[in-house]
Write a protein that binds this ligand. Sequence first.
Ligand SMILES: [Zn+2]
Ligand SMILES: [Zn+2]
Length: 472
Amino acid sequence: MALILHDIKVWNTGEVIDLIVPSDTDETVDASAMTIAPGFEDPHVHFRDPGQTYKESMISGCAAAASGGYTNVLIMPNTVPAMDGVKVEAGQPGASEVLDAGYDTVIDYLQHYEAAHGVKLPVRYDLCVCASKGRAGREATEPADWIGYLPGHGDAGKDAYQLAHPVTAISDDGSAVTPGILDQVFANVKESGLYLIEHCEHHDTGAVNEGPVSRRLGVPGIPEDTELKIVERDIEMARTTGVHVHFQHVSTAISFETIRRAKAEGLPITCETAPHYIALCDEALLEYGTLAKMNPPLRSEADRRATITAVADGTVDLLATDHAPHTMEEKGLGFLDAPNGIIGLECAYGVCHKVLVDGGHISDERLIELMSTGPAELMGHDKTDAAALLDENADAVPGDSDTKRVLDLGKVTHPENVDLVVLDTAEEWTVDPERFHSSARNTPFGGWQVTGRPLATIIGSKLAFSRINKED
Ligand SMILES: [Zn+2]
Ligand SMILES: [Zn+2]
């Protein structure tokens, strides 16, 4: 049985084909408004499992990712306990979830999540290990605690090449690597061959961007140079160590300018920004309250425009959501006490399409690259190339036009490697957080009219999620 998508467009070649996807039901769909593209990947998500599953679990987080067109995500290490490779101890917050499942580290718990919970998760995921023990910034993690989980670093009896969820990056996301352990962390990153994901901020006070809005709200501000100082520091570290540093959620014009110069020098630097820094500035605080509170904070309108420029000129390598689930009760605590962050997986494509593509800043193809091949390159994944698959596997369609080709995912040579997203690049829709698959609702984009919608995700040649012909 199969889902047949008639007349679907291949994202980068524009070729119109028929796509056959193995499925539980037989269905033929007019897909002339649809595009097939490499599955989206997000190297920056917080799924709160273990420890804070009332905000989000691996199950709800992965469902949200699949619904947003993602086939692969990188789990950030600020779980509870933190994902540092250290054995958890009974009585520690969140420890019971790990221990009751039969594991003694968070890495092992997430490595075996599906077996322990008797579930099949609809997206692939990799793990990001902490730079510091407990993510507390005082002591660097011990590579011995996590190096056995790297792709290709199998030891301790673990067949690392077979790991479904390898450790592929190091980060203390939520704060920057602290100065006292910086040299040791870079040495660890270098030894492991991984890359450092850096959250570029150091500040003790401040809840929103420093400027007219923070003064109007009477809320302590965060100066823009908090980000710049870490960007500059780590560019120098990248220069002297050769370690690849990936800057997360870059938000200011001055940081982009600095990164632009470092990249021109050929330093091993990459960076991402998030949909909210493209779509919103700090004036959004006046409209959305704490639903517009995140870290780094939404910056000035000039910074927002500079962010779009950095996306358009290639300074930004990829778009990541920083999907950060919190309950609405937590977000209701006011500007000073509400936790930072918003969820993003289920409307990232639509919001970015609306601002970047409809706004005339980048093409449809470039947006897809920024959400699929760009992050895949960072994370070291091979992306499915539909055009190459066609050349290797396509047959003529019997009785159909002799020019149109057909790609039968049930017949490709390595079906397990085929991850794709089906998009309607023109669909207009309204973001409704009540219909999100995430457990969380903390987004300022509820009610936004956006364009471009993921319709289905295909993982290992199988349909992992679909809203085609469904009310969803
Ligand atoms: Zn961060
Ligand atoms: Zn984050």
